[in-house]
Design a protein around this ligand. Sequence first.
Ligand SMILES: *Cc1c(COP(=O)(O)O)cnc(C)c1O
Length: 359
Amino acid sequence: MIYEDYAIFTPGPVKMSEEILAIGAKQTPYFRNDKFSEVIFNCEKGLLKMLNAPEGSRVIFLTASGTAGMESAVMNLLDEKDKALVVHGGGFGGRFVEICKVHEVPHTDFSVKDTNLADIESLAPRENYTSLIVNAHETSVGHLYDLDAMGAYAKKHGLFFIVDAISMLVTDPIDMSAQHIDAVIASSQKGLALPPGLTMVILAPRAQERVKDVKSLYFNFKDYLRNGERGQTPYTPAVTIMLQLEARLAQIEREGGVAQSIAKAKEIAEYFRESIKGLPLKAYTPYMPNAMTTLTPTDGRSAIDIVNDLEKQYKVMVCPNGGPQRDIIFRVSHMGDMTKAYTDLLIDALYDYYKIERR
Ligand SMILES: *Cc1c(COP(=O)(O)O)cnc(C)c1O
């Protein structure tokens, strides 16, 4: 098995619990029956609760990676009569811009840097928009945006608010009701700590009213909403991942609910950040989520060399960046089945690598 005995700190896939792994080892069951409809209903109920979604919200389950969730949301919820303000703080924001281009949705590429948009009111271009789109955690750089401020802004200006929560769900707070969010995109392989292959689009009633007639067979939300009424999907769902999702949502509840999961992620992230203070590494942004820490070497070392050396010498996987950032930053995920003892594998490897004694 590739990398089976490696410690994993990448922002997707993330470390999965033994309970979730065990479900993946079982035979995939037949799914066009009441028994599996029950699984889908449980998944929908659990996700809506986790997001504090308004009464009457629904979930679209797609067998695809997260980008399909992003693209299908734009396709089904926006059209040429819209004007979207797309927050672009890194690679994933850039992807939303591309999606709007491909689907001919009028938009502004709202490039942002060194802000978490707490001041969106003064930073946003003064134009008449219909929609606001953001990746709540811009995973390419580890930057968390202020959903409270953005939600208040969306409400004030009557904007339809789409949030990609893929890499902050379960580790950082999000509340569809309080933050006036109309549509949320989730995906299996990040905070939910499941295998890749399942993406979910959560639609508040306002979003369901907006669903368009789209030129697509597979990504037709109307079809999913209709089938979902009886706990089914139009096409084969990611059956095993949905069984794992059902178990994962129950696991989160059992451990005290999502607030407790967020508190645990925060504790692990802070433990890591505090523990590496003796090393020549500094935080890349002041707006870090609990989900991840992005680090810049301060001793002239190249970030990509550190990533490669950790893998080769210590069997520890952290995440490199591409392009011009490959030498400047690397990323450490705190998502998934993390403990302080597991995080110590990375911390100890780093101290040994730098030949500095850990105190
Ligand atoms: C990982 C991620 C995605 C989805 O990427 P896929 O490779 O398509 O699963 C989308 N948005 C954000 C913010 C992500 O971190």
